[in-house]
Every structure is written in C-alpha cells, then in structure tokens.
Design a protein. Sequence first.
Length: 468
Amino acid sequence: MTVKKICCIGAGYVGGPTCAVIAYKCPGIQVTIVDLNQARIDAWNSDNLPIYEPGLEDVVFARRGKNLFFSTDVDKAINDADLIFVSVNTPTKKTGMGAGSAADLAYVESATRRIAEVATSSKIVVEKSTVPCRTAQSMRTILEANCRENIRFDILSNPEFLAEGTAITDLFNPDRVLIGALQTEEGLKAQQALVEIYTHWVPIERVITTNLWSSELSKLAANAMLAQRISSINALSAICEATGADVDEVAYACGRDSRIGPKFLKASVGFGGSCFQKDILNLVYLAEQFHLPEVAAYWRQVVIMNEYQKERFVHRIISTLFNTITNKKIAVLGFAFKKDTGDTRESAAITLIKDFIQEHARVHLYDPKVEHAQIYMDLIEPGVADSKAQVEKHLTICSSAYEACQDADAVVVVTEWDEFKDTHLDYQKIYDSMHKPAFIFDGRLILDAPKLRKMGFKVEVIGKHNLA
Ligand code: NAD
C-alpha cells in the first residue's frame, strides 16, 4: 500500500520536527500534526514556533499550509489518515527512583482509544513514542476491543533517535531508521509502506527492519548505553579530580581505541533531558518485572552515578567558596539541559540552583533560550510551603551573561552554549566586574582554564585537579 495521508498525534519535540521533515521530504504526502494543547498548536501555526531547534523554521515554513498542517482536530486527522504516528509523552510514573519506574502510558492509551473509537477505515498505527517492550501488544488489544467492524489496524514500532539541538540534521541524515513489525504477511506489508516513506531520503541500507519487540527494546537499550557512557566518564572524572589525571586526556586516550570510539565521552555536571533517566528507569522496571534483579541494579547504577555527579559538583562549589554560599552571589550560565535547545526537562541546572537556594545563595541566572516562566515552573515545588517565596527571593533572571556575572562571587557554567565559551565572552571584562577572589566553575569543560587563571580567576573544572 502507498501512504498518502499521515496524522501525527503529539506536536512535541519529536512529533513536530519528525513529521515536518516527512512533509518536507515527501511533498506528495499530506501530513497533519495534532495535539490537545491549543497553545502549542497556535504556536506551530505562528511565526514563533513552540520549540527551538536549529533549521526547524526553514523546514516548517517551507511546507506549512501546503502539505503540512497543525491542528487540534484530532478526530478528523485520525479519520483522514492512512498512517498514524503516536508521538505523545511517556513520562516516568512518580513511584520513586529506588524501584524501577514504569513509563506512564496514560497518554499512549488515550490516543490509542481515540484512534479505535474514531477510525472508520483501516490504519497503520506507528509507535513513535518511546515505550516499554510489548506496548504494541497492549495497543493492539485496545484497538481491537474498541474499533468498528471490518476495520484492521497494523501496528509498527518506529522509535525516534533524534537528539534535541540537532534534531533536523539527525532527521535529514539519520544513522539508522528502525521499523519493527509483527512477522505476519499484513505486518510486513505495513512495514514496507513505512520503509517506502523513509526511503524518499534515507538510503535503504540505513533502514533496519526487525520484529516489534526488538524495535521497542532497542530504543531503551540505545539510550541506556548512551547514558552509561556519560556515567562512566563522569565516574572517572571523580578519580581524575582526586589524582591529577585529566579527564579530557583520559577520554581522548580511551576514545582513540576504535573499539571504544571518541563520541559521548565528554565529562560534565551530569546528563539531563527528558529521555535518558526515564528510559533507563523503564529498563530497570522491565528487568524487575521479569525477575532479573541484578540486571535492574546494573542499569539503575547509571542513574545513581548521574545524581552523584551533580551532588559532587555542588559540594565542590560550596567547599571552594570557603564552605558557605550564604548571601554570596552565584552567576549561573545556562538552564537548558544542553546547548541549542530551550528544553529544560531534567536539566542539571534545576538541581544545582535548588541546592544553591537552599544554601541561601543569591542566584543570578542567564540562558539565551529558556523562557522565564519555564524557569519558575521548574524551580518552584508545588505544595512545598515557602518554595515560591524562596525562589523569588533568591533568584534573579538576567538578560545577558555580563549582567548575571556583575558583582558575582562565582560563575558556574552549567550549559555548554557556544556563547559562553571564552572565544565568545569577554572573560576579562567579567573578571573585572566580579568580587575578588573571583571563582569560576566549569561544569561542561568548555573553558580554557589556564587562560582564565592568567586573568586572575580561581578555576575549578569537572574532572581536573585544582591547580590554582
Ligand atoms: P512532548 O511532551 O514534547 O510532546 C508530547 C505531546 O503530546 C504534547 O504536546 C501533548 O499535549 C501531546 N499529547 C498527549 N496526549 C495526547 C493525545 N491523547 N492527543 C493529542 N495530543 C496528545 O514529548 P516529546 O519530547 O515530543 O516526546 C514524545 C515521545 O518521544 C516520548 O515517548 C519520548 O520519550 C520520545 N522521544 C523523545 C525524544 C526527545 O529528544 N524529546 C527523543 C526520542 C524519543
């Protein structure tokens, strides 16, 4: 079968860019991206898109109103489509981190029920959300129990591997596209229909076809392995700080081994983002469900290490600032979980700033892309007495790095935005405007520490012994 109309349920960080790129690369296919969130859809239909991604505007503005549409009319888009992507959020259930935490599949379930209730013709339904292994089975049960007569649904798994900040490049030129299907005649036909969409621009040798369960598990496994590399180098960064080894040199030396490779070996204050922790906890949950406690403990340690890395950094900052940050002014550079995105989900900055506020520091924060309202939403803990007042008392959001650093006792680099590099910012000007001694803490290894030390800064870097 040839797909002519696509619906994507969920206009978020994945559904929006992914389906906009399909519309861009396949002008003959009509793509409608729907969401229940009216404000988000209004933004997709405006000049001010709801998410920041380099290159996204070019793609959206080229096709919007031609073969790319954004709408809140979920039912109509479902009914019109031959193929429906389910790209809704799958957050971690709030059951704590000690036990593995299941993904909350409420949004997947309600989107699936909607498809079953509304569809008047057969559809291919594609899991784009990251889901636990065997979710397709639950979707099938829901679809078959609620649909009209003589309608069939073929379910595919097509997890998304894009990284925020490079989403458009990743979608234009993916390492691989993974499509899992039931190994039946109908399942394989549906799989072929999706392969045909991607091969409009992705070379066929990069399209991997598997069974449904391998595809679902591969997404969790890939994120777990990526996060594991970060936790591994971060664990080594602690040993570097204690011994005088340099984490950049260790990463380079290890990465030159072609079996290890150089990518994803950058030490930092810890990984963030909506996916790594959630997907590992999901894997831990799966392992527990299948009575594999050692497997669960193995993967859980990756998340524990990440939390420890943030704690270590906060501890290092406080102990360096003579064991107290009460009333000290700390300039925090960056709030997004990584550069080139406005996304703050699970950002290390949230943990750090909460800790600084708890220690009564005055935090002056600057991030080039994150909305101010989002920052308050992330820092104020609902239901905690005094949380709003404390955040408002201790936090000032600034409109430039220079403003944040003015009169500061310490600068803490949390996000690796290019504009914070010493090739972009005038650190001499910053040094001159700060209280002395002027401290700088590089949580992203983006600064030239010897150069800053020559200016007079006391510099502390993740994974490096303090030579100041
Ligand atoms: P998101 O929260 O940005 O977007 C999800 C959207 O779905 C929201 O706008 C929400 O309003 C909408 N939605 C929820 N239920 C709906 C329903 N029943 N009908 C219509 N709309 C509905 O989430 P995201 O970051 O795009 O992630 C989506 C999925 O993709 C998740 O499973 C995530 O794990 C996975 N993923 C995310 C990334 C990433 O980098 N963000 C990368 C790969 C995979």
